[in-house]
Design a protein around this ligand. Structure first.
Ligand code: G1P
Ligand code: ZN
Length: 553
C-alpha cells in the first residue's frame, strides 16, 4: 500500500476558456459522446468544472470516482482527481486501474456517505478511440443524478469562462494506496472487494456452489468490459466454477472491438453457445459498465420483462428477500408480466418512465424492493442502479433452490401466470429529422385511432405516457406513445435518449396469452399481426427505408 504526500508538487492553474462548452443537455445517463468529441481541448474539463461547481457538498465532501475501463478512463480519472482537489474535495475514493462497475460505484457512494460519484462510461456503447466515452453523475443516494441536477450542470456549462485544476503528478492507479494533494486525500482501493461482500450478504453462495458442482455447467461473457474481475472473483472463486467459465474477462480499452451490450445481436457468441449448443445449462452476459444482464438457459432466451416477473415470483429464495417484497416497479415499455405476479402476491406494482432514476424515489421511500426494465436492467434496493452480476446470482439462487433448468422454470411460471409475448424492435441510426417526423406524425394521429381497429383488435386507449411520481408529486410527460388494445395487447413507440448516431426508434410489442392458451410459440410469430399493424400505421419501412429492425430482442 503506497502512501504519499504530493503537496510540494502541485500548483493551482486557472484555465481560461475561449471555447466554452456548447453542447446539448446531458441525457439520463449523463454526457455520452464519441471519444473524439471528448478529445476536443478543454471539453471534458469544462463539463467536470460544471459538475464540481454544481454538485452540493463538493467542498469538504467525499467523491467516488471510477469507470468501466474503456479508452479515456484513466486519463479522465487523472483530470478529475486534479480538478476535484482544486475544488477542495475532502476525499476522493477511486479504484485500482480505475475499474469500478456502475452498481459497485452506487454501493460505494452509499456506504462511504459520498456527496456523489462520477462514473466514466458510455455503458453498452462501443469504446476505444473510434467508440464512445461518457461521464455519468450519481447523487448521494447512489443513483443517477436527478434531472434538476443535470439541468443545473448544463446551465452552468453555458456560463463557464474558466476551470480550476492542479498540475500535480498523476496518482498511480496500479495498486491500492493513499495519497494527499493540498487539502484532498485520495484513496485508491480495490473496486471489487466491497461489491463482492455485498453479494455474499444478499445470496446464499454455498447453496449455489453446491448446485453448480452437480454438473450444472454455466458460462458468463464479460464482453471484455468491467464485469470480468467481479465475475472471476465470484464465479470462478467463491462459486468454484472451472477456470474459463468467465469469457472475455479482462477489461480492454476498446472491449476487444465488440459492442458490450448483452443482447442476442451484440452478445451472439454466448447466445449461440446456449441456444444452439448442448453443453451449457446456464449462460449470462453483462454490459460495458456492469449494470445490464442477459440470462440464457439451454435452448432458452429469457426475455428481461419475464426475468423481472420470475425474480419477483421467486424472490424469497434469496436470503435478503426471504421476508417477501414490499412492492415492485417496471418501466412503462416493460411488459406487464410482473404486474400479474405482483397482483397474485398482493403487493404494489408501479409503472415509471424509461430510465433508472425514476425508481430512485420509490426505492428511497421504501415502497419497492425490486424493479426492472425491458432493456436488460434489473435491480433491487441493495443499490440505486440496475445490477448485472446481482441478477445473474439471483437467477442462480432460484435455480439452486428449485433444482431445475431455466426452461422448466419459465414453463412453470407461464403455466401459472400466463405468458406476455414480448419483443422490442430497434431501428438504429435513422436521420434525426426523419425519425422526429415519423414520431410527431404518429403522436398527432393517436386521438383519432381510439375505438378503431388495429391488428385483430380495437384500440382501447392511445396516448403519450405521463408519470405522476407518487413520492414527490412531480409530473413527467411525453414519455412514449402507447397504443393499448382491448385484449390487453400493446404497442409502444419511443425515440432513444442514449444513442450517439442519428436517432433510434424503439418499437415495443406485447401480447398476453392466458395460462390455458398456446404458451410455446416463437414470440415473433405470436406478435406478427401487431408488427405488421404498427409498420403500416407508423409507416416505419416507408419512411426509414429499413425493411427490418437493426436489433430484435
Ligand atoms: C436505454 C434503455 C433504457 C435504459 C437506458 C440506460 O435508453 O431503453 O431502458 O434505462 O438505455 O441504460 P434509451 O436509449 O431507450 O433512451
Ligand atoms: Zn450500462
Amino acid at each position: 500500500m503506497s502512501s504519499k504526500e504530493l503537496s510540494s508538487e502541485h500548483k493551482l492553474v486557472r484555465v481560461c476558456l475561449d471555447n466554452p462548452f456548447t453542447d446539448q443537455k446531458p441525457g439520463t445517463s449523463g454526457l455520452r459522446k464519441s471519444t473524439k468529441h471528448f478529445q476536443q481541448s478543454n471539453y471534458l474539463e469544462s463539463f467536470v468544472e460544471a459538475i464540481l461547481q454544481t454538485l452540493p457538498g463538493i467542498e469538504g465532501g467525499v467523491l467516488v470516482l471510477g469507470g468501466d475501463g474503456r479508452f479515456g478512463n484513466k486519463h479522465g480519472i487523472d483530470v478529475i482527481i486534479r480538478m476535484a482537489a482544486a475544488h477542495r474535495v475532502k476525499k476522493i475514493i477511486t479504484t485500482v486501474d480505475g475499474i469500478l462497475s456502475t452498481p459497485a460505484a452506487s454501493h460505494l457512494i452509499r456506504t462511504e456517505k459520498a456527496v456523489g460519484g462520477i462514473i466514466l462510461s458510455a455503458s453498452h456503447n462501443s469504446g476505444g478511440p473510434d467508440g464512445d466515452f461518457g461521464v455519468k453523475i450519481n447523487g448521494p443516494n447512489g443513483g443517477p443524478a436527478a434531472e434538476s441536477l443535470t439541468d443545473a450542470i448544463y446551465a452552468k456549462t453555458t456560463k463557464l469562462d474558466q476551470y480550476l485544476i492542479l498540475n500535480n503528478e498523476s496518482i498511480p492507479l496500479d495498486n491500492p494506496g493513499t495519497y494527499s494533494i493540498s487539502t484532498t486525500n485520495i484513496e485508491v482501493i480495490n473496486g471489487i472487494d466491497a461489491y463482492v461482500e455485498l453479494m455474499q450478504k444478499i445470496f446464499d453462495l454455498d447453496q449455489i456452489r453446491d448446485f453448480l458442482s452437480n454438473d450444472f455447467l454455466m458460462a458468463f461473457d464479460a464482453l471484455n468490459a468491467v464485469t470480468g474481475p467481479y465475475a472471476i472473483r465470484l464465479f470462478e472463486g467463491l462459486l468454484g466454477t472451472p477456470s474459463g467459465t468467465v469469457r472475455n474477462g479482462v477489461p480492454l480499452e476498446d472491449f476487444g472491438g465488440c459492442h458490450p451490450d448483452p443482447n442476442l445481436t451484440y452478445a451472439k457468441d454466448i447466445a449461440s453457445l446456449l441456444l444452439e449448443g448442448q453443453d451449457y445449462a446456464f449462460g449470462a452476459a453483462c454490459d460495458g459498465d456492469g449494470d445490464r444482464n442477459m440470462i440464457l438457459g439451454r435452448k432458452c432466451f429469457v426475455n428481461p420483462s419475464d426475468s423481472l416477473a420470475l425474480l419477483t415470483a421467486n424472490a424469497t429464495c434469496a436470503p435478503a428477500y426471504s421476508n417477501g417484497l414490499v412492492g415492485v416497479a417496471r418501466s412503462m415499455p416493460t411488459s406487464s408480466a410482473v404486474d400479474v405476479v405482483a397482483k397474485a402476491l398482493g403487493i404494489d406494482c408501479f409503472e415509471t418512465p424509461t430510465g433508472w432514476k425514476f425508481f430512485g424515489n420509490l426505492l428511497d421511500s421504501g415502497q419497492i424492493t425490486l424493479c426492472g426494465e425491458e432493456s436488460f436492467g434489473t435491480g433491487s434496493n441493495h443499490v440505486r442502479e440496475k445490477d448485472g452480476i446481482w441478477a445473474v446470482l439471483f437467477w442462480l439462487q432460484i435455480l439452486a433452490r428449485k433444482k431445475c433448468s431455466v426452461q422448466t422454470l419459465m414453463n412453470q411460471h407461464w403455466s401459472r401466470f400466463g405468458r406476455h409475448y414480448y419483443s422490442r424492435h430497434d431501428y438504429e441510426s435513422i436521420a434525426s429529422e426523419k425519425a422526429q417526423d415519423l414520431y410527431t406524425r404518429v403522436e398527432s394521429l393517436l386521438p383519432s385511432i381510439i375505438g378503431s381497429s388495429f391488428a385483430s383488435n380495437k384500440v382501447a386507449a392511445a396516448d403519450n405516457f405521463t408519470y405522476n411520481d407518487p413520492v414527490d408529486g412531480s409530473i413527467t410527460n411525453r414519455q412514449g406513445l402507447r397504443i393499448l388494445l382491448d385484449d390487453g395487447s400493446r404497442v409502444v413507440l419511443r425515440l432513444s435518449g442514449t444513442g450517439t448516431q442519428g436517432a433510434t426508434l424503439r418499437v415495443y410489442l406485447e401480447r398476453y396469452i392466458s395460462s390455458n392458451g398456446n404458451l410455446t410459440q416463437d414470440p415473433q410469430k405470436a406478435l406478427a399481426e401487431l408488427i405488421q399493424a404498427i409498420d403500416s400505421f407508423a409507416e416505419i419501412t416507408k419512411r426509414t427505408g429499413m425493411k427490418r429492425p437493426t436489433v430484435i430482442t
